[in-house]
Design a protein around this ligand. Structure first.
Ligand SMILES: Nc1nc2c(c(=O)[nH]1)N[C@H]1C(S)=C(S)[C@@H](COP(=O)(O)O)O[C@H]1N2
Ligand SMILES: [Mo]
Length: 375
């Protein structure tokens, strides 16, 4: 019996599903043969364990944390957000004033741009409901002057940097063009999944920039400054730079671009079984998802089933997918996935020039292949 392209007959033990979670009764996890290695970076913590992936929303205590200097302890009652630089009306706002503004909720899958750039770095991604107030009306009140071309967002955190032999202690900062910074989806956020932001996730205030890699989502936000050049600090122009070798007719050129917008990606999260029937679970994000395809060993690309639960879909959130694998043969197998967005673009293969020619570890959105053994 073929139902919507998935072979599900009465004899199979895994029930057909509209929503991936919760698990069906009796489903057992099969561990991957290639788990990520132990963390090698103390500034990245709580990475998501994909084998335990069981909810669309990532609970706060399972949401990865990334920082570059430290996580400052900020007194909310003393915290002030400044909006300055090339604006007609510079502003200073207390948290109390900010929280009185119109509230907006948004579900956004935030991924660290280094995620999957190293064998040990997996699970630097999570999906949360962020609550705050839209940035755009504030920028309109402040009035960006016509000569402003970039909007810089400064965090409270700072640390030592050496730039051309000069030792300084700059604050963390990122910027966006005026066009990108005035996108109505940007939020000044103080709640994550209904709870106040934790110290690690940016208490008392952070920027949430849906559609952008983690780095753009400035935590411990204390100053927004409109400038007439582009901010070219460590997080825009030095460290967070993707270097690619590319072909231009008969020449090879090197391109260096600032890490910015999220890229289309998918991840095979885990495999479960009931008897001989297996189910592969995963997530896809980085762009509105049209489809996900899964390849077992060297077989054909099969269309995965996207989670149909209406409550678990949102334009900036990941989409959960499953592929049923009835009567999975015993032995070792590889499982790969690729996402296709609503514009028809395909997540690149590892040998696609975009990925193969990439020299730095940022923006590793190539197709991920995992290994498993069915006993
Ligand atoms: N002020 C500040 N904001 C920051 C960072 C930082 O070091 N300082 N790290 C960025 C990076 S690299 C990522 S991936 C995200 C991680 O957000 P999370 O810790 O809430 O998951 O925060 C971003 N915002
Ligand atoms: Mo990151």
């Amino acid at each position: 019996v073929l139902l919507g392209g998935t072979a599900i007959a009465g004899g199979l033990t895994l029930p057909r599903i509209a929503a991936a979670f919760p698990a069906s009764k009796g489903e057992e996890l099969i561990h991957w043969l290639d788990p990520p290695g132990p963390y090698e970076d103390p500034t990245l913590t709580t990475l998501l364990n994909w084998e335990l992936f069981d909810s669309w929303i990532t609970p706060n205590e399972k949401f990865f944390v990334a920082f570059h200097y430290d996580a400052p302890a900020i007194d909310e009652s003393a915290h002030v957000l400044e909006i300055g630089g090339l604006v007609s009306k510079p502003m200073r706002m207390t948290m109390e004033q900010i929280k009185k503004r119109p509230k907006k909720e948004l579900i956004f899958t935030l991924e660290c741009s280094g995620n999957d750039g190293f064998q040990w770095f997996s699970g630097g991604v999570g999906n949360a409901k962020w609550t705050g107030t839209p940035l755009l009306p504030l920028l309109k009140e402040a009035g960006i002057k016509p000569e402003g071309i970039d909007v810089a967002f400064y965090g409270h955190d700072r640390g030592p940097e050496t730039i051309h032999d000069v030792k300084v202690q700059p604050n963390f900062a990122r910027s966006m063009s005026v066009k990108d910074a005035t996108d109505p989806n940007l939020l000044l956020c103080w709640e994550m999944n209904g709870a106040p932001l934790s110290k690690e996730h940016g208490f008392p205030l952070r920027l949430i920039a849906p559609g952008w890699y983690g780095i753009a989502n400035v935590k411990w936000l204390e100053r927004i400054e409109v400038i007439d050049t582009r901010l070219m600090n460590r997080f825009m122009g030095r460290d967070y730079v993707t270097l690619r070798e590319e072909k231009r007719s008969d020449k090879t050129v090197f391109t260096e671009s600032s890490v910015g917008r999220q890229r289309l990606k998918s991840q095979p999260a885990k495999v479960t079984r009931i008897g001989d029937d297996c189910r592969i679970y995963g997530a896809a994000w980085g762009a509105p998802i049209k489809a996900v395809e899964v390849r077992i060993d060297q077989g054909p690309w099969q269309t995965a089933q996207l989670d149909q639960s209406k409550k678990e879909q949102s334009p900036f959130a990941w989409r959960i997918w499953t592929l049923d694998w009835p009567k999975a043969p015993k032995g070792e197998h590889t499982i790969a996935s690729r996402a296709i967005d609503t514009k028809g673009r395909l997540q690149p293969a590892m040998d696609d020039p975009l990925i193969a020619g990439k020299k730095t570890y940022w923006e590793s959105n190539g197709q991920i292949t995992r290994k498993i053994k069915i006993a």
